[in-house]
Write a protein that binds this ligand. Structure first.
Ligand code: 4LI
Ligand code: NI
Length: 190
């Protein structure tokens, strides 16, 4: 059950390949299994039994597949459960405003605490293909937007700590203009 690839494995540093569309039965099965893994990791009994850490996002390279596939499972700002399975996801537009998790980011492939701010876009509009191979777009904000960007990074061989400022891990990136005001969107989440 816990077949998650850990940091140090070169697969996590490679660029994953586009999935040919429509997706094959094998691609679909693997993406469904990624959602199932997240469900299990969030279920206290199953997580205990299989010694799983809870996660809300998983990218295919983390289970040793060089494919552009992402699974997400978490609640949105209305406490509604959101499950997303995506082939070939990409950002088609994003906010200028940034956001970050105040508690830093964690990753199922990283068995240590890496403190610091991971700057992300506050809002993104994504394009992807669902399990049926149908194209869809979706706007994300808040925690969901951050999780999506973290997982998309995995498809490009980027780890969250690559984005933490080495000199000053808690440095908050601001637009390089003194007249730019910070808006509500920039308040830290969680
Ligand atoms: C228990 C049951 C404090 C520390 C606050 C926990 C079910 C960290 C935050 C969870 C942190 C669930 C999460 C992510 C952070 C921290 C991921 C708890 C699982 C909160 C998800 C991918 C970054 C995503 C906000 C090192 C495994 N997840 N917390 N970051 N939750 N979770 N990330 N940050 N500090 N990581 O982890 O799934 S994007 Cl659902
Ligand atoms: Ni990760």
């Amino acid at each position: 059950m816990d077949d998650v690839i850990r940091e140090g494995n070169s697969v996590l540093r490679e660029k994953a390949e586009e999935v040919a569309l429509p997706p094959s039965d094998e691609d679909k099965r693997q993406l469904e299994e990624m959602i199932e893994f997240l469900r299990n990791s969030q279920d206290p009994e199953t997580a205990q039994e299989y010694q799983l850490r809870p996660g809300v996002g998983l990218a295919a390279p983390q289970i040793n597949l060089k494919k552009r596939m992402i699974a997400m499972r978490t609640t949105d700002h209305n406490d509604e459960l959101i499950e997303l399975a995506m082939f070939n996801p990409k950002i088609i537009s994003h906010s200028q405003q940034s956001a970050y998790l105040e508690g830093g980011e964690g990753c199922l492939s990283v068995d240590r605490d890496v403190p610091g701010i991971v700057p992300r876009y506050a809002r993104v509009k994504l394009e992807a293909y669902d399990l049926d191979g149908r194209r869809f777009t979706k706007r994300l904000r808040g925690f969901l937007a951050i999780v999506f960007q973290h997982e998309l990074d995995h498809l490009n061989g980027i780890m969250f700590y690559d984005r933490i400022d080495e000199q000053d891990p808690y440095k908050i990136e601001l637009p390089p203009h003194e007249l730019v005001q910070r808006s509500e969107d920039e308040v830290p989440l969680a």
